[in-house]
Structure formats: structure tokens, C-alpha cells
Design a protein around this ligand. Sequence first.
Ligand SMILES: [Zn+2]
Length: 231
Amino acid sequence: MNPADESNIRDRVEANGCNGFVGFYSTLPSSGLSDAIAGLSTKVETQIFDRERIESYLLKGAEGLHVAKRYFPKSMTAWMGENPKPAKIFSTHPCLTCHHCGKDLLNPVPAGIIVIWQRRDIDGKKHVDTVYWCCKGNCDRRLGESQRGKGLIDGWEDIPDVAIPLVFAKWVMVTLNEFQAGDTYSPLAFDRLKEFILSIYPYVARHPTESEIERMEGLMRIPAALGGLGY
Ligand SMILES: [Zn+2]
């Protein structure tokens, strides 16, 4: 975009009885045009939306995404594939807060680590004493200090890794195999494990269909012992 492409901005603003000028451009405005618009800003309000600014507004929130999906279906399918959003499984957005500083580790995208402290019993069986999640670095160190001296050894996984569908499936399988082999969890560690799995699950699941939502409502009404949902 050059000054010649956008001539007489001030005259056009005044002729239309307007107070400002907003330019929407699919390319970057040339420095000549940017200067011309900047020069006007003392007289009329000006704003420029170039392609990057337009894109960032569209991708910022649910409303923008809705518009983008409608008008740019091809580009959005590719973008959504590379920028997966958690599936709408539960009524609230999944959330895991750092056990040290309280930061939400799942927003805007998964970050941090899950740490598992365990000991080997004499019979070789593993007993998981503590499970928590936290930011990498300082929060991890501070929480680790409080566990030392208990005869426990720690293991950890990157939360973004566990949110990869195949890694998640593998991680759950390893945990189930360990239960089958006789490993045990403290009640707190077991509750935390369940909370973690449920929080990561929307990142590896798909949105339910309308008929599945209806079916789920039915299953929720049936007690777990009779085949309904429960955990
Ligand atoms: Zn933290």
C-alpha cells in the first residue's frame, strides 16, 4: 500500500462527516503511507489494521475464531490442527494450578511438570507417596526441598508432553500396568493422579457430538455400579 493507493484521507474523512480513519490492509502499508497517516493523527483519529493485527484479533478469542472459521474455513482448519484447543468435556475449562505459586499451568497452553515422589518397598513394589504439579525452575526446587529426607525418589514428566495424545495413552497404560504389578499410591497421591488425568483428558479428547451429549446425560443419571459414569 502506497500513499497513492490511499489519497486524500483527510478530505474523505471530512467529506463523510467522520472524526477518524481506520485502514484495513491485507498487506503492510508502505512507510510513505504510514508516515502520511501518522501525520494526520494530530487532526483526525487514525488506526491501522494490517494483516498481522487483523489475524491477532481474529485468533485472540472465541468470537474472532467464530468469524475466522466462517470466512476462512480452509486456513482455519489448518490453524486449528496446529493450535489444538481442549475439548469441551466438562462444564468448566480444565485448570491445574502450580502447587507452589498458584499459576494456572494449562492456560493459555499446557506448561510445567508433574512430579511423582515414591519409594521402593523391600518386596520391590513401588509406593507413590506424593504427586503434584508445578512450574519448572524455582517452584519445582522449592517443592522438592520439602520432600527431601523422607527416603523418597522423584520422577517427573513435562505436562505439554503428557498432553500429546499418544504419550497420554502410553502414560495411562504404564500407570495401569504398575497397579496390576502391585504398586500402590497414598490416598492423596491417588486423588491427585485422578485429578491430573481428568485435567489433561480434554487436551487429548475430541468435542462430543450432540447425540453423545444426550447419551451422557442419560448415563450420568445411572449409578456407577449399574454401568453409569463414575470414577
Ligand atoms: Zn509456580
